[in-house]
Design a binder for this molecule. Structure first.
Ligand code: AMP
Length: 297
């Protein structure tokens, strides 16, 4: 069984071509929808009473919502602006709202989850909730600049409590205060995680385990529309794939990273969650085959 915990948001996304206001977003939203193509997850998250019914209905199609709390107040809001390359995003606003003093708890039905993903969220909440599961076989977490700059020690503590960390290159540098990505990964493994995945946007990712490095390319795309949620879709695919296989061998973790690259590539092709919600299982199989063709010689 798989559980995803993290932010569910109303995002304002500013790309050079289009501005979207208060659209469905959040790290746990992207991650859990992406994971659902492999294994239906339970979602633990919080929204306010302003969270539109239509977004609730989208989530309901993909994930189990027993763990979704609806609290008096406003939903977590994120506002970010991309430059013309769509590779750099500047955070304009992070409003925690109901997420700020959320006291999450794991519904009894989810306590037996063997796979848990702590998506981007308050690291203190993440570290607390992972202890509430009875029998975790594999756990992963992510983080973002906001938490690294406001709660760095809590982020390090969270890394100690999981098996794997999935993180952007820039955030890995910021967190570890190192420049070289191998040194960054070694430092994070020193803090306690056994596997580190450093995502490099369109350029793919590096997976680290002990003294092995497994690089994988991004799926090359001619048209990128909105990169929001690509990293979360990547991580959701990894944990969803592993949960569906019920395996955590290094070779399966390598395969999960390939699914991560492929699901991340779908996520950027449309605005917000629209690419994921239009996706069919056979589209994924087709792209995995193309990816294999692209990378075999
Ligand atoms: P990504 O593009 O993969 O970095 O993920 C973007 C998503 O993360 C957006 O949908 C945001 O709602 C969410 N997000 C942004 N900042 C934070 C934060 N500080 N904590 C939790 N989630 C966040």
């Amino acid at each position: 069984m798989l559980t995803v915990f993290g932010s569910t948001a109303l995002d304002t996304i500013r790309t050079p071509k289009k501005v979207l206001k208060n659209v469905l977003g959040g790290a746990a939203t992207f991650a859990s929808i992406s994971a659902s193509f492999f294994e239906k997850p339970g979602l633990i998250a919080v929204v306010g009473t302003d969270f539109p019914k239509k977004y609730h209905n989208i989530l309901k199609k993909y994930v189990d919502l027993k763990g979704l709390s609806i609290l008096d107040g406003k939903t977590f809001r994120y506002d970010g602006k991309y430059d013309k390359t769509l590779s750099n995003r500047k955070t304009l606003k992070t409003e925690l709202n109901v997420l700020g003093d959320f006291k999450p708890s794991v519904p009894d039905e989810y306590k037996k989850s063997d796979f848990v993903y702590l998506a981007n969220n308050d690291p203190e909440q993440n570290s607390k909730i992972i202890k509430e599961f009875d029998n975790v076989k594999f756990s992963m977490c992510d983080t973002i600049e906001f938490w690294i700059t406001t709660k760095r020690n809590a982020v390090i503590k969270m890394i100690k409590s999981v098996d794997a960390v999935v993180i952007n290159d820039e955030e890995a540098r910021l967190l570890t205060k190192e420049e070289n990505l191998i040194t960054c990964a070694k430092k994070m493994m020193g803090w306690g995680a056994k596997y580190i995945v450093i995502k490099k946007g369109e350029h793919g990712s590096l997976l680290f385990h002990e003294d092995v490095i497994f690089p994988s390319v991004g799926f090359s795309l001619e048209s990128v529309v909105d990169p929001t949620g690509a990293g979360d879709s990547f991580a959701g695919a990894m944990i969803g794939y592993l949960a569906s296989k019920k395996k955590t061998s290094f070779s399966e973790i390598k395969r999960s990273v390939i699914y991560g690259n492929v699901m991340g590539s779908f996520a950027v092709e449309r605005y917000g969650v629209n690419a994921l919600t239009r996706l069919k299982r056979q589209d994924i199989t087709k792209r995995i085959k193309l990816y294999e063709k692209m990378t075999t010689f």
